[in-house]
Write a protein that binds this ligand. Sequence first.
Ligand code: GTP
Length: 555
Amino acid sequence: MVSAASGDVSSRLAELRKRFAERATDDLKALEQRAQLLEGEGADGAVLADVCSRLHRLAGSAGTFGFPELGQAARSLENMLEARADDGSLQEASSLAVERILALRTMLESPPLPAQVTNDESAQGAVERPEGSHGVRVRVLIVPAGKTDPQWLDKALAAYGFDCQVRHETDPELIAVLAGELQTATVILCASVRIEGVIRARDASPSDQVRRLPVVCLSEDLSFGSRYRVAALGADGFFGRSPDLSELAERIEYLALERSTRVHGRVVLVEDDLELAEHYALVLRAAGVDVLWVNDPMQLMSELSSFQPDILLMDVQLGQYSGVTLARMVRFDPQWLSLPIIYLSSEDDPDSQLEALSRGADEFLMKPVSDSYLVRAVLIRCFRARQLSRLMNRDSLTGLLKHSLIKQEVEKELARCRRDGHAASAVMVDLDHFKKINDTYGHRCGDVVIKALANTLRNRLRETDMIGRYGGEEFLVVLPHCDTEAARRLFTEIAEAFGQLTFNCNQETFGVTLSAGVAAINDHSVGDDAVDAADQALYQRKRAGRNGVTVAGDE
Ligand SMILES: Nc1nc2c(ncn2[C@@H]2O[C@H](COP(=O)(O)OP(=O)(O)OP(=O)(O)O)[C@@H](O)[C@H]2O)c(=O)[nH]1
C-alpha cells in the first residue's frame, strides 16, 4: 500500500531524486559523446560496452526516481544497440542512437512523478515494538457467546502466561464497545455466534494494527459448513467449545509470534549505485525493516556475519564484481546455505535470469521496482525466512531455542561482555518434583506445565533476553546487561508468579514450583563455565528446599 510521502522521508526522497537527475544529466551528456564515437570506423567493443552499461543503469534506476518513461526508453535503446552489434549494423544505427539519447534528455527535463513511499499505518505499525512473545505480554481478548458461557477459559489460559480479558457483550454490532479493548489485544478469541460482529468491529478500526488482529473462533458446531463459514469470514483458527488447552495455547502463541514476525526484517543490501541504495534503504526503513547497506562487496562476508540478516538483496552488476559470483561465494559458507538471496536486476532476459538463479540466488526483483512492491516483497520474504529458521532452530514443544543454540548465545554474550564491559547473567531454571507431576497426572499434563513455563518466561523477559530449552524440564536463560542481583530479583518474581498458577488436568487442580540458579557470565572466560556455575547454583537451590533462586557464590 502506498501513499504520498510526507515529512522527513519525503524530503530525503526528493533530495535523492534531485541528485539522480543531476547525475543522469551528466550521464546523458557522456552517452551522447560515446554514441557519436560509435559512428567512427574504429569504434571498439569497449565504447559499446560503456554505452550499454550506462543505459542499463539508467533503465534500472530512472523509474525509481519518478522517470519511468526515461527508464523504458533507455532499456529499449540498450536492446536496440545490442541487437545491431550482433547483426553487424551498429555503425548505421549510431546516428539514430544519438537522436534517441537527445530524446532521453528531454524526458529528464519533464517533472518527475511524485515520490511514493510505504508510510501508511501498516508501515508505521511495523516499527512499533512487536507484540506477542518475549517482552510484551500476549493479550487475549475473549468474547464469549453470553454470560452463561463457561468462565474457566480465561483462568486456564492465564496459566499459560497469557493476559486475558473477557468481554461479555450482547450488542450485535460490538463496534463501539470493543474499540478500546481491540487496541490492546494481541489475539481475539471469540464464540462463533459473535464472530461476524467481532470481525466487523475489528475491520472498522482506523488502526491497521487492529485490522490485522488474528481471530480464533470457538464453536459448538464442528461441521464442515460451520468451519467453512468461519474460514470465509477470515478467522485464523477454529476450535470446539471445550478445546484442548495446550493446542489452543499453542495456536495463540503462534499467531502472536506471526504477528510480531510479520513486522520485522533484517536485510543486507548490496548495491553500488549510491542514490538507488539510499532510496531503497529509506523506503524499507520507513516500513520497519532494518537495512544494512554494503557498497564494497569485499566487506560482504564480514557484514553478513555481524548483521545476521533474514535476506540478502543484491544488484547483479556491482562495478567490477558480479552479483551472481558473489551469491555463489556466499553459499561457500555453510552458515549461509539457506539465506534467501534476491537479485535486484534490470536483466529482463529470462534465460539470463535462469542462468543467474542456477548459480545460487533464489529470486529476481526486476528494476525499476516500485516502492510498495519492494516493501511487500521484502517483508514477505523476511517473514518466510524467519519461519523457516524458527522451524530449524526452535524446540517444537516450547518454541524456545534448542540446546546447542542457547549455549552458543552464552558464548556470544560473553564475547559482547568482554568487548563492551557490561554485566550479563546466565540462569538455569528447573521445574520442581516434575517426575511426580508426570507420574500423577500423565505426560500430557506434564507437557502443559512445560509449555506454561516457556510462555511465562517469554512473556516476562525482555526481547533482548534469550531463552532456550536446555533439557527436558530445564531451561537456560541469557540476560544481557543484567547483573546477578537484578537477575535474582527478576527470577524471584517469576518463580512467585509461576508458583501461583493453577493447572487443571484430568479434573484435578494442582500447582508447580520452580528453582533457578544464577551465575555471572562476565565472571568466566568460557561460556560453558558460566553455564556450569548456573547449574551448580540450581543444584544448591534444590538441596536448600527448591522453589526459589540461588546465585552462584551464595553461602
Ligand atoms: N511431560 C514431559 N516430561 C518430561 C519431558 N522431558 C523430561 N521430562 C520428565 O521430567 C522429569 C525430570 O525428573 P527429575 O530429573 O527426576 O527431576 P524432578 O522430578 O523435577 O525433581 P527435582 O528436579 O529434583 O525437583 C522426568 O520424569 C522426565 O521424564 C517432556 O518433554 N515432557
